[in-house]
Design a protein around this ligand. Structure first.
Ligand code: DP6
Length: 325
């Protein structure tokens, strides 16, 4: 009747941008991510005797309008469970929401687990990932810890558009610094941004065609623990995704000036021999991924940079899981 789950955010190294189907939220391209220990969502779902569902987000009641997507998602799980009961959802992020820090990934992953447990369904991890994807594409990856691959899948019903663990976090304990340059909500979310890109960018088809190569290359870079190769593919995929978004009409520019300064800074650090690279999602924050052997050498170079409001440091996180209250 009541269950609490925790899930960690993830950042894609090979990016997901674009959908092959909207109602089922099927991605047009596969992606590869790392799960982050320091960024998490904890969600409690309680079956209640009430006329409608309630959502409390970071301690505040959320309006239906604000969070229709969450309520639609709970409807889906309720149907799967064959239940008609209303639920109370209490969800807490330990990081700022809506600023490109993938709160939807950890949020929908934790909600999937907690709802399934509260409704007494016992899904496999594959099913959990499939359902979480319907909430948000990147959430399918947050079901697992370590290094994770999301498949775009081929089937119309989406049953093969699921994430799978590639390696667990012990395989290569990379560290990430998240440099927060703004906590203002992004002007256009990922879903709308992807749709605009598909409808207007002349580069959308080439982006899809090129993605398979990046996936094959990153799998082998992770397998071989080849940091140089990992850096090259990740920065390529990141800049390619942002180039694609910029080529939509009107162009989508998720960066601010500090984001650009930080790209140059990270590339300078690499020239100095420090093993670090950047990646950026649909927001202005810059994530700096570091080789475990160089993290302490890199940290002082990220302190006190102009325009950086806050730094979050994170190792790799584990699987999403049910926790005791
Ligand atoms: C730039 O998973 O937020 O972070 O499926 O529409 O909810 P929806 O999109 P979302 O998109 C993530 C986009 C990205 C790249 C990535 O995480 O792969």
């Amino acid at each position: 009747m009541k269950a609490t789950a925790i899930a960690h955010a993830n950042i894609a190294l090979v990016k997901y941008w674009g959908k092959r189907d909207e109602p089922l939220n099927l991605p047009a391209v596969g992606s590869v991510s790392i799960t982050l220990e320091a960024l998490s969502t904890t969600t409690t779902v309680t079956i209640v005797d009430a006329a409608e569902d309630h959502l409390i987000l970071n301690g505040k009641p959320a309006s239906r309008q604000q969070t229709q997507r969450t309520f639609d998602f709970v409807d889906l799980l309720r149907t799967i469970a064959g239940s008609e009961s209303a639920v109370k959802i209490e969800s807490e992020n330990n990081f700022p929401t809506g600023a490109g820090l993938a709160s939807s990934a950890s949020g929908f992953a934790a909600l999937t687990l907690a709802s399934a447990a509260a409704f007494n369904i016992e899904p496999t991890a594959r099913q959990l990932s499939e359902w979480a994807r319907i909430g948000s594409g990147s959430a399918a990856r947050s079901i697992y810890g370590g290094f994770v691959e999301m498949h775009h899948g081929e089937k119309a019903d989406g049953s093969d558009a699921v994430a799978e663990p590639l390696f667990d976090r012990k395989h290569w304990p990379l560290e990430t610094f998240i440099l927060i340059t703004s906590d203002v909500e992004k002007p256009i979310g990922s879903t709308d941004g992807m749709n605009l890109t598909r409808d207007t960018s002349p580069y959308y088809q080439p982006w899809i065609e090129d993605s398979q190569r990046d996936l094959a290359n990153i799998r082998s870079a992770i397998h071989e623990r080849d940091f140089e190769k990992l850096a090259e593919i990740s920065e390529f995929s990141c800049l390619k995704m942002h180039g694609l978004a910029m080529s939509a009409n009107p162009g989508l520019l998720y960066w601010n000036g500090i984001t650009v300064d930080l790209i140059h800074h990270v590339r300078r650090l690499r020239k100095m021999g420090l093993r670090a690279f950047f990646t950026i999602d649909a927001g202005p924050q810059v994530k700096v991924i570091c080789h475990p052997g160089d993290t302490s050498g890199i940290a002082p170079h990220l302190k006190g940079l102009p325009g950086v409001q806050r730094i979050i440091r994170s190792g790799l996180g584990g699987d999403a899981r049910i926790i005791d209250d």
